[in-house]
Design a protein around this ligand. Structure first.
Ligand SMILES: Nc1nc2c(ncn2[C@@H]2O[C@H](COP(=O)(O)OP(=O)(O)OP(=O)(O)O)[C@@H](O)[C@H]2O)c(=O)[nH]1
Ligand SMILES: [Mg+2]
Length: 484
């Protein structure tokens, strides 16, 4: 029996990768009763060569740093996964699943937590890069980005560049079919039934959790930790006490900005404000969101041409706050494209720097014309806590000002039956996380080339109309700008 553990952040496509690997939508073996950090679901898949693989799908971290409660559940879940697998031969291969886009701070944390800390870098790891159907050759993404990944110290024994999106109208089906072979090839090359799996070895648990201390935000109560470690993880009281002491000694700042990462702010971004000499009176609309969610693509959709630079690579693309003037139904607006939040530490605008830069920029707008509307851009996947982190970073930057924040979900070209379904499915979850929006738009910004389907072209037109309506509904010319 070969055991494969798949990990990565939510939205990276882990479940789609499993279905692709199996060649069908496969049933879960253990029901996913409670969702928490590193909880897992088991699947059994047999390849043509007769080898049977047990695939364990884990739920990754949603935020770059763990809060106390999540930290404790990460420990107890990882402990039970690794001890469960110990009795069944150990872990043979790790598949680290990432979207072919920016390296985010969350992606970086998942890699460090699971591979470096929990598995002590002793298990073979293969990288699976998903969402590459729009590359001419899927492998090109890796060729362009391998240098960036190395800068992040993301090392892998092998990699598969694929698409796991089983697109409904048959676009890119050839790439989807090729992806199964690529993925199976990488798995076969790196593990087989005769190999011994990694079982953690002596002292693994105590040593790995002490290294995990780095991830805790704030200081949990000593009694909570000892209870969890002894009851749920089966540690002796003595070891649990030592670990609790280490956690208490760790001196970690809990502020929201630092919650974004500990990266120093590069000197060149400290003084970013409004561009000099920029005077006018259109209503200011600021787009913000994680790096790579499609803010610049949305600007291009609204402007009707490719004025803002976009990219699918690992490094963030927009690094300054750039204005784009547009007239919609006779009203003038100035759209501000901003650097994405939550980029990893080795990126162009690491998370903490981006958050600071945004706060400075908003301060500049406040002294200038004021802000009329904020547009939170998110990728249209399931609403997660990661959305809340970005939202909170931003809310804390605008303080208690009354600027309306509307939400725009992108990448919904395959959302069925209509793009608005994303809002229907996610609005309750967003509200539970404390995010309330007076307006929303569900869009795709894909260019809709001639070869694309009629449906995609219609969706693009719909997207343009919906986002313009959102702007007009929430940004009237009579309304005075808000002060931050
Ligand atoms: N499939 C799909 N891809 C999209 C969509 N919107 C953007 N993309 C792709 O996502 C990638 C990132 O888009 P950008 O517009 O550069 O993202 P950004 O938010 O401006 O990124 P930063 O400038 O780094 O903060 C590009 O490859 C886009 O083509 C969409 O609606 N659907
Ligand atoms: Mg951009």
């Amino acid at each position: 029996m070969v055991n494969i553990v798949i990990f990565g952040e939510m939205g990276a496509g882990k479940s789609s990768v499993i279905n692709l690997l199996a060649g069908q939508q496969i049933a879960r073996i253990s029901p996913d009763t409670h969702r928490c950090t590193l909880h897992w679901t088991e699947y059994s898949i047999t390849f043509e060569n007769g080898t049977r693989y047990q695939v364990f799908d884990t739920v990754g971290l949603e935020e770059p740093r763990l809060q106390t409660g999540e930290y404790l559940s990460a420990i107890s879940n990882a402990h039970s996964l690794i001890t469960t697998l110990k009795e069944r031969g150990g872990i043979n291969l790790l598949l680290f699943c990432v979207r072919g886009g920016r390296v985010t701070a969350t992606m970086q944390s998942n890699y460090r937590l699971f591979f470096e800390f929990l598995c002590e870098e002793r298990v073979t790891l293969a990288l699976v890069v998903t969402n590459l159907e729009r590359e001419l050759k899927m492998e090109d993404w890796y060729t362009r980005n391998v240098g960036h990944l190395e800068k992040y110290n993301i090392r892998s024994a092998g990699h598969a560049c694929i698409t796991a999106a089983n697109l409904l109208d048959g676009r890119h089906r050839d790439k989807y079919e090729a992806s199964r072979g690529i993925l199976r090839g990488v798995i076969e090359a790196h593990c087989n039934e005769s190999m011994d799996g990694w079982t953690g070895g002596q002292g693994w648990f105590a040593s790995s959790i002490s290294r995990l201390v780095e991830y805790v935000v704030g200081r949990p109560k000593k009694t909570d930790i000892i209870g969890v470690l002894t009851k749920r993880c089966g540690m002796t009281r003595e070891v649990a006490q030592q670990v609790a002491q280490q956690i208490r000694d760790a001196n970690l700042p809990p502020t929201v900005l630092e919650n974004y990462g500990n990266m120093p702010v590069p000197s060149d971004v400290r003084n970013t404000g409004l561009p000099q000499g920029y005077e006018s009176r259109p209503s200011n609309i600021v787009l913000f969101g994680e790096s790579g969610v499609g803010k610049s693509s949305l600007i291009n959709l609204i402007m009707g041409s490719d004025v803002a630079e976009v990219s699918s690579d690992a490094l963030s693309c927009t690094i300054t706050c750039d204005p784009y003037d547009v007239t919609i139904s006779g009203q003038r607006f100035r759209l501000w494209d901003t650097a994405g939040l939550n980029e990893g530490s080795e990126g162009r605008v690491p998370a903490a720097a981006a958050a600071k830069r945004l706060a400075l920029f908003l301060g500049g707008l406040h002294r200038g014309d004021g802000v009329h509307l904020l547009m939170y851009c998110v990728r249209g996947t399931r609403a997660t806590k990661a959305l809340r982190t970005t939202y909170q970073t931003f809310s804390s930057a605008i303080g208690d000002s009354k600027v309306p924040i509307v939400i725009v979900a992108t990448c919904l070209e395959d959302c069925r039956p209509t793009m608005t379904e994303w809002w229907n499915q996610n609005k309750d979850q967003l509200a539970r996380y404390g995010m309330h929006f007076p307006g929303h738009a569900c869009v795709t910004t894909l260019p809709g080339a001639r070869a694309d389907s009629q449906d995609l072209r219609q969706r693009r037109v719909q997207s343009y109309e919906d986002v313009c309506k959102l702007i007009l509904d929430h940004c009237s010319p009579q309304q005075a700008p808000h002060r931050i």
